[in-house]
Design a protein around this ligand. Structure first.
Ligand code: AP5
Length: 218
């Protein structure tokens, strides 16, 4: 399973990528998660990424490509992957094709998550994540059992720095300008499949499975 999830912030890519990765035992490779871990640990990558991340802008392509190329070479990704949040620009998509070709592999499907802007904003403004490991909640759609605490590890739930309203606006603009052109990139290659991401988690999950079956991936 060599799959990419595309779509605007808040469309539910991370939520569905996690489910799929668990079900099919392939790694979820989420570039946003990798960057948040790097920033939390204060690594060189985290220091380089922070200013871009905090403004809701994209980290430079060459930085992200190196991160993903290294991750795809790890043994656990040899049987497949769900890439979540990468690629985000045409140069990243071209770079991904090159890396996969070097590994003797190719992308099988790009799933585009589509939802109206008001749905995206509602999801992002109500999202809470656990401080320890980034487990994701929503105050209405996926509330934790104990308010303010992660169900998995009991750690404190916090809001993401880039989920502030002004940064969300910027991220949505950046998506339209830099990432939306990827839709054409994958459509031309016959890899694009869209799902209506505005339904509940189960409904979207059913659509993702249907798309993967239709594409012959599962
Ligand atoms: P990243 O972390 O990738 O953020 P994003 O793409 O903006 O996506 P989100 O994580 O906000 O949303 P999602 O679609 O995963 O939604 P989720 O499942 O969490 O990137 C952050 C930043 O890192 C970027 O701005 C950039 O600076 C940098 N970056 C990352 N990758 C990069 C790259 N390749 N190149 C350059 N820079 C890069 O769901 C959202 C909420 O909705 C949750 O609360 C969830 O519980 C809820 N929810 C999910 N699905 C449903 C549903 N069906 N119904 C109701 N609620 C739902």
């Amino acid at each position: 399973m060599n799959v990419v999830f595309l779509g605007p912030p808040g469309a539910g890519k991370g939520t569905q990528a996690r489910r799929l990765a668990e079900r099919y035992r392939v790694p979820q490779i989420a570039t946003g998660d990798i960057l948040r871990e790097a920033m939390a640990s204060g690594s060189e990558l985290g220091r380089r990424a922070k200013a871009y991340y905090d403004r809701g802008e994209l980290v430079p392509d060459e930085v992200m490509l190196e991160v993903v190329a290294n991750r795809l070479r790890q043994p656990d990704a040899s049987g497949g992957f769900v890439l979540d949040g990468f690629p985000r620009t045409v140069p990243q998509a071209e770079g991904l094709d090159r890396v996969l070709a070097q590994l003797g592999r190719r992308l099988e499907v790009a799933v585009l998550f589509q939802a109206p802007r008001e749905v995206l904003v509602r999801r992002l403004s109500g999202r809470w994540v656990c401080r320890a490991r980034g487990h994701v909640y929503h105050e209405v759609y996926r509330p934790p059992q104990v308010p303010g605490r992660c169900d998995h590890d009991g750690s404190e739930l916090v809001q993401r720095e880039d989920d502030r309203p002004e940064t969300v606006e910027r991220r949505l603009e950046v998506y339209e300008r830099q990432t939306a052109p990827l839709v054409e990139y994958y459509r031309k290659r016959g890899l694009l499949h869209s799902v209506d991401a505005s339904g509940d988690e189960e409904e979207v999950s059913r659509q993702v499975e249907a798309v993967l079956r239709q594409a012959g991936v599962v």
